[in-house]
Design a protein around this ligand. Structure first.
Ligand code: PAF
Length: 342
């Protein structure tokens, strides 16, 4: 079975997402989460998706790969955008350090009320992206726990069923979300099937929970990534190894430093609550290699600047000394091939 998506874009560059017409989503890059989102959309037939690939990918106007979900293998064929394709809805599932440049590359294609959805580990990109957008463009964040990896450059495997938390980041997105909620039911109280940002994300990376404030969720994920990604990358172990007695002292120190920075940034967590959540993720993903360890193994740039590096920047702002986070950030820098982590 071949599933083909139509790259044809609606004539109106101003198409609003909650009109009856279907919006075409552009997914940037050919990373595992982006291909997972594209595959789900292709299999379900909605939303319409197309890929925005770097010119060096050299795949022409279509991109074929294999999607493995459960025991099934699906051949997927997607179209890719051209330089002039207007973009109404952009999903940016790229590493944190690549977000600003990726968005800059597609800014000329964005329609005047385009909606942009960030999706990555770490924090610090919202500050970079907001000044790039015009007054009518919406910014959203989708934080996902789905596991996916590329077994070959042309095969993506859905390795862990997760869920996605979606939040509106800027005022445009918040207003759109409020109107999505008000049109969620029609006058007769029946569910409205019109496409919205959240319904599109639910199709691609669902189940999807929409929250009023995404920041606490991003901070919580930051704590999980600080501990699991950093320690597994430094010690070259699977996530499950972090349940061992040897790691509990360093995890305790990282979490208590994290709680202090978060507090100064207006996010209240308790160490006990976070340690419990981190322990749960360690157990649930025990067999996995974290994304940061996979980056080390593949000689790719690490996201440390947006995880431990971001926390250190917040620490400087609030005059906090964070010796354990500084130590692991240094160790990650020495593993980072790009040496770009702060
Ligand atoms: O980045 C990752 O690998 C994941 O976010 C997590 C939760 C640490 C599981 O491996």
């Amino acid at each position: 079975m071949h599933i083909t998506q139509n790259a044809a874009i609606a004539d109106s560059a101003d198409l609003a997402l909650n009109t009856a017409e279907q919006t075409t989503w552009t997914i940037v890059g050919s990373g595992a989460i982006g291909l997972l989102a594209a595959s789900n959309a292709a299999l379900k037939g909605s939303p319409k998706v197309q890929l925005a690939l770097r010119p060096q990918n050299n795949v022409g106007t279509s991109f074929a790969f294999s999607f493995c979900a459960g025991q099934q293998e699906y051949p997927i064929l997607l179209s890719s955008i051209t330089k002039t394709t207007p973009i109404q809805a952009l999903l940016l599932p790229v590493k944190a350090y690549a977000v600003a440049d990726a968005l800059k590359a597609y800014l000329p294609n964005l329609t005047k009320n385009a909606q942009i959805v960030l999706c990555h580990n770490g924090m610090g990109t919202i500050e970079q992206v907001l000044p790039l957008l015009s007054a009518e463009q919406g910014l959203w964040f989708a934080s996902t726990t789905h596991g996916a990896y590329k077994s070959t450059p042309l095969r993506v495997v859905h390795s862990g069923q997760g869920k996605t938390i979606l939040g509106a980041v800027n005022q445009v997105a918040k207003s759109m979300l409020a109107s999505e909620k008000s049109v969620a039911k029609n006058e007769k109280g029946e569910k409205n099937e019109k496409e919205t940002i959240s319904s599109a994300i639910a199709q691609m990376l669902g189940p999807c929970e929409v929250v009023d404030d995404i920041l606490p969720f991003l901070w919580q994920k930051l704590a999980i990534n600080l501990v699991i990604n950093s320690l597994t990358a430094i010690h070259n172990v699977r996530n499950g190894a972090l349940a061992g007695a040897d790691y509990q002292a360093v995890i305790g120190k990282l979490v208590s430093e994290f709680v202090e920075v978060a507090k100064q940034s207006g996010q209240i967590f308790t160490s006990e609550q976070l340690q419990q959540q981190i322990a749960q993720v360690i157990t649930a993903t025990a067999e996995n290699y974290s994304s940061m360890l996979q980056d080390v193994k593949n000689g790719r740039q690490l996201e440390a600047a947006y995880i431990s590096g971001y926390l250190l920047e917040q620490g400087v702002k609030h005059l906090l000394d964070l010796p354990t986070i500084r130590q692991i950030n240094q160790e990650l820098n020495s593993l980072n091939p790009a040496k770009l982590a702060k």
